[in-house]
Write a protein that binds this ligand. Sequence first.
Ligand SMILES: [Fe+2]
Length: 290
Amino acid sequence: MITATALSNNVGLAVEGIDLSRPLERAVEDQLRTLWLEHGLLLLRGQCRTVAEQIRFSRTFGELEIHPLERIRHKDYPELIELNSADEQTNPTASWDGEDWIGRLGWHTDLIYSGKPNLGAVLRAVILPAHDGQTGYADRGAAYDTLPDSVKEEIADLEVVYRFEVNLYRMPYLDTSGYLAGPGAPDKPSDVGFPDFPDSVYPLVIPHPVSGRKVLNICPMFLSHIRGRPEGGGDPLLQSLVDHVTDQRFSYHHSWKRDDIILWDNWRMMHCAPGIRPGDERLIHRTTII
Ligand SMILES: [Fe+2]
């Protein structure tokens, strides 16, 4: 029998009673899909032991993406990518508040800059660092629900523009106070083997593509401006929405243990990675649901 317990701040559920070592029954799959869409995040502690189990579990929720960057694909399972802290291109070292960190990433929604965010994703920590290495998740649905009615009215018909950048200093609503780029920090997309993307425009309040649930479509990375209003940062309305969505009452930070697996809804939740310290090591396996 499945039991589900709310994680801190009601951000997602810890689900128990699932055995991923064998195929799930249809009724269990249906139940998990419903919980995923209702709560935005499911954590299964210590339940996923192999790459094949992760892929089978992920397929319960949709088709899986074959990542365009071949070098990070698993050599036997192309629908799974390996995020390795030793890969300096995807895990640059940078200084934050005077200390070096590897692979730190601010709050973001995957692929929001492309105009086609993936529906969800699954992470499994394979090599755990000795310290740090958490993943943070924040519920942009709950952030919308708790806005004052006057703000909901003000933003109801606005559109928001996301712009692809790899240089953090050019993300006007990402807090880069205390940030000092490392020597290998990328400046343009081609520096990390990415194509460029044209701006993407979305409703500021977006109906979830499957559930229809309203989501405050704000995340600090890649956020450029409200359509028709000034670019370059400093829009008081946008800054107040960034401050709201990043308030800690909407977030849960997971400290990984061996064989933990997390599935999240990428349209609703944003996520972040505080990173690890130099000398430490971390390997994450990821599948992407499209
Ligand atoms: Fe991400």
